[in-house]
Design a protein around this ligand. Structure first.
Ligand SMILES: [Zn+2]
Length: 145
C-alpha cells in the first residue's frame, strides 16, 4: 500500500484529499495542544522542544487511537493542512507530522511518499499529473491544462 503525502497551508489547497490537522479547526488526533502552540508562539520553548513534545503527543495519540492513524495512512493521497505559511522555515507541525507518518507507515507496511508542499510549482505539477496518472487538481491552476 502507498500513500502520496503532501503538505499545504490552509486556503492554498482545497482538493478532496485536504485534511486539516490543526488544534483550532481540525482533527485533534494529529494536532499539537494549545499549550505547546502558545508556548512556541510566545518564545517560551524552542523548536527542538516543540518537536519533542509534539512527537510524544503523536505517539500517545497513536497508542490511544490506532484506527484514526490507519485510516489516514490508507487514504492513498493526502494533503495535511495547517495555518502556517510554507516559507516559515518549516516551523510547522505539518512537516513533523509528515515525518511521523513516514516512520509509522514504515512500521505498519504503508509506503509513504513525501510529495512536498502544495501547490506544486506549475511545471512540476504537470509532470506529476502526467507521470502518475493523477486526477487533475482542483484549484486555479486547473485551467492551465
Ligand atoms: Zn503550522
Amino acid at each position: 500500500m502507498e500513500l502520496h503525502l503532501y503538505t499545504a497551508q490552509i486556503g492554498k489547497y482545497k482538493g478532496p484529499d485536504a485534511y486539516d490537522v490543526t488544534v483550532k479547526s481540525g482533527d485533534i488526533n494529529f494536532a499539537p495542544t494549545w499549550d505547546i502552540v502558545q508556548a512556541w508562539k510566545a518564545g517560551e520553548i524552542n523548536w527542538d522542544t516543540y518537536t519533542q513534545r509534539y512527537r510524544e503527543l503523536m505517539l500517545n495519540s497513536y497508542k490511544r487511537n490506532q484506527g484514526a492513524w490507519r485510516e489516514l495512512l490508507e487514504k492513498g493521497v493526502l494533503t495535511i493542512l495547517c495555518y502556517c505559511r510554507a516559507d516559515d522555515d518549516k516551523h510547522c507541525h505539518r512537516y513533523l507530522l509528515a515525518d511521523f507518518l513516514i516512520k509509522l507507515g514504515d512500521k505498519i507496511g504503508v509506503a509513504v511518499i513525501n510529495e512536498g508542499e502544495r501547490p506544486l510549482p506549475v511545471k512540476e505539477m504537470a509532470v506529476v499529473t502526467r507521470d502518475k496518472d493523477y486526477p487533475l487538481l482542483v484549484g486555479p491552476q486547473q485551467n492551465l491544462f
